[in-house]
Ligand binder design. Structure first.
Ligand code: HEC
Length: 169
């Protein structure tokens, strides 16, 4: 009985980990950045194979009938095929780059593509998920009477802190 519930628990946690929604900036960008962006990133001069993996447009573009990333379909995605290839001419990252991707990372990439391969802007371009209060419009000395007379027209309650929609998840 005890071992049965334990294995149930393990199955349950295993499922949760596998189904957890992956986040591009947290889970995917670091892998691509370490292993792929040197040759498939922002820098057009260093870009190889005319493939750009740091944008959704680049990664999903159709070229000669293949897509590096086919959202929802890891098996049809050239990116997964190349990473798993046994052919030293094909495998990515190329052996002479001395970069190496782990089985766990491949699994993450595969799950991300299966989940729809959602891209997100680099975190520095995203609104920050912090409570932001607009600067107080009233000069300091008026604060007190303002509070005492509340509610008055001159002293409307401070606007609610804004939380950018992108932080909802
Ligand atoms: C050291 C440079 C370098 C690195 C690092 C690198 N690649 Fe490449 N990649 C290339 C070159 C060169 C080509 C073009 C020749 C070819 O198709 O093999 C290419 C081609 C590809 C293609 C085929 C593009 C097409 O349209 O045919 C895919 C997919 C790809 N790379 C994925 C990756 C992924 C994913 C990574 C990281 C895990 C990666 N590459 C890392 C150099 C690199």
């Amino acid at each position: 009985m005890r071992s049965a519930s334990l294995s149930l628990l393990l199955v349950a946690t295993g499922l949760t980990a596998a189904d957890a929604k992956l986040d591009f900036n947290r889970d995917i960008r670091p892998i691509l950045s370490d292993n792929c962006f040197a040759c498939h990133g922002f820098d057009a001069k260093k870009r190889k194979g005319k493939l750009r993996l740091d944008t959704a447009e680049g990664a999903t573009a159709l070229k000669d009938g293949i897509r590096a990333v086919k959202p929802g379909d890891p098996e049809a995605s050239e990116l997964i095929k190349r990473i798993l290839s046994k052919d030293p001419e094909e495998v990515m990252p190329p052996p002479d780059s001395h970069k190496q991707i782990t089985a766990a990372q491949v699994d993450i990439l595969r799950r991300w593509i299966a989940q729809g391969a959602a891209y997100r802007k680099h975190w520095s371009f995203e609104p920050r998920c912090v409570r932001r209060f607009p600067p107080s419009p009233a000069p300091r000395r008026s604060t007190r009477s303002c509070t005492l007379n509340f509610p008055s027209r001159a002293c409307s309650p401070p606007p609610k802190p804004t939380r950018p929609a992108s932080c909802a998840a």
